[in-house]
Design a binder for this molecule. Structure first.
Ligand SMILES: *Cc1c(COP(=O)(O)O)cnc(C)c1O
Length: 456
């Protein structure tokens, strides 16, 4: 596929874009240097307005699981737009795509899930879950059970509630968050915080922090615990295998609802359909977005367990919903996306072939002077850059080295995001071993250039 450079337009688009407030950006600085204009994508590559081709190791924003340029998805969307572009599901009505998707999701998720609610984004889905959790305990005549516990450095979205659930200090500071009723415990980040403990010990220790917090607050006041099976935006933090079973047990013991935020882990990223399957998590809610449509249309879905649904569906109006809940085009796209994942056996491929191969290749980087730790499950990985790998000593200030490396990647034709000084990998599930080899070659080069820049 040849690129279509539009050289004369780049500066024009950048000028127009000065009116655009970008998410998670220093906009003054961005307007100064000008945004990179992405004009086209195909397979696992992007093209910018200067005609540069980039290997996308981040699948957009963790989401383009089936890769770019899927004509069958475009066709399904086009057909749905002509047949029924929009109708709501508020007034005792439904439509074929939302009905079909609902049954499909119930069939493919763990057995406790027989009910699903729709939104447009992971953030609004997590907001909705908080409303459901509160309704649940109110209906159960335990209205004091309100507080939700989550983790430092967890990410659950950007609305006021989702950012409160999240544990990003820099997001809290922006708007006096968290809201009352949201508290945080430590994250299971063994490399960064585990000290001399084994991963197994550390996993249990971090789970114990949940029990300590519940006892501090009183179990009668605690409604739920939320976590990403693997923290994504926080730096691909993979908890030790002892962590989730212990969390699960504590939630049972103190009667907390358990929410698994599967927005990144879901739809095959870990080599399983859901991160919950990889860790053996049995939750009351699963938040799904991103990979559910591979980003071709906005959609989120919340799986609600029978335990919760039986209470919420007990003769009250659930007075909550969005104009675009169960949008027909988004649902039709999700169905086609899931069909592709299944037909091409992409989840199996990640599990059996490309996931293990990425692990093998990433581990080679441990010889590099900059690389303190590599970690991945399936096609979700991190490369943590440190100043002194023998003592796990980080760079100061944290984040500069990651940015240097990210910029080198861009110049070399590779999109790899950085969180602090960890490089994040989350490519399309269509990646072949050859794509992984290309990726490794560029990464090695970027790491060498970065090492030189920081004097290692
Ligand atoms: C991206 C993300 C969200 C938020 O989803 P949006 O669609 O951006 O609102 C929530 N949870 C996790 C784990 C995410 O990665």
């Amino acid at each position: 596929m040849t690129a279509q450079p539009k050289r004369n337009s780049t500066t024009e688009w950048q000028a127009q874009d000065r009116h655009h407030i970008h998410p998670f950006s220093d906009n003054a600085q961005l307007h100064e240097i000008g945004s990179r204009v992405i004009t086209k994508a195909e397979g696992t590559h992007l093209w910018d307005s200067e005609g540069n081709r980039l290997l996308d190791a981040f699948a957009g924003l963790w989401c383009v699981n089936v890769g770019y340029g899927r004509k069958s998805i475009a066709d399904v969307a086009y057909k749905q737009l002509q047949e029924l572009p929009y109708y709501n599901t508020f007034f005792k009505t439904t439509h074929p795509p939302v009905a079909e998707l609902s049954k499909l999701l119930v069939d493919m998720t763990p057995k406790q899930f027989n009910n699903v609610f729709y939104g447009q984004s992971g953030s609004d889905a997590n907001d909705t879950i908080v409303r459901m959790v509160r309704s649940y305990w109110n209906l159960k005549k335990q209205p004091k059970k309100k507080t939700i516990i989550s983790r430092t450095n967890g990410y659950h979205g950007s609305t006021m509630v989702a950012a409160s659930l999240g544990g990003m200090n820099y997001m809290h500071e922006l708007a006096d968050l968290p809201l009352p009723g949201f508290v945080h415990i430590r994250q299971p980040y063994w490399y960064g915080e585990g000290g001399s403990s084994t991963p197994e010990e550390f996993g249990k220790l971090c789970a114990k922090a949940l029990e300590d917090k519940i006892l501090e607050l009183g179990a009668e006041n605690v409604a739920a615990f939320i976590g990403e099976p693997i923290q994504g935006a926080g730096g691909v933090i993979i908890p030790p295998m002892t962590y989730w079973p212990a969390i699960q047990e504590i939630c049972k013991k103190y009667d907390l609802l358990l929410i698994a935020d599967e927005v990144i882990c879901g739809f095959g990223r870990t080599g399983h359909w859901f991160g919950s399957e990889y860790f053996g998590i049995e939750s009351d809610f699963m938040t799904m977005a991103k990979g559910i449509t591979s980003g071709y249309m906005p959609l989120s879905a919340i799986m609600v367990s029978d335990r919760v649904a039986d209470v919420l569906n007990s003769g009250i109006d659930f007075s909550h919903g969005y104009t675009y809940s169960g949008h027909p085009v988004s649902c039709a796209v999700a169905i086609e996306n899931i069909r592709i994942l299944r037909e091409e056996k992409l989840v199996e491929r990640v599990h059996d072939e490309t996931g293990p191969y990425l692990t093998k290749r990433l581990w080679e980087l441990l010889d590099h002077p900059l690389v303190g730790e590599v970690r991945n499950v399936g096609l979700m990985g991190g490369i943590e850059l440190v100043k002194d790998k023998n003592n796990r000593k980080t760079f100061q200030p944290v984040g500069d080295t990651g940015t240097i490396c990210r910029d080198h990647c861009f110049r070399l034709g590779l999109v790899m995001r950085a969180t602090r000084d960890t490089m994040l990998i989350s490519p399309s599930l269509t990646w072949t071993k050859g794509d992984i080899d290309d990726f490794m070659k560029l990464t090695q080069e970027a790491l060498d250039l970065t090492a030189k820049d920081v004097g290692l």
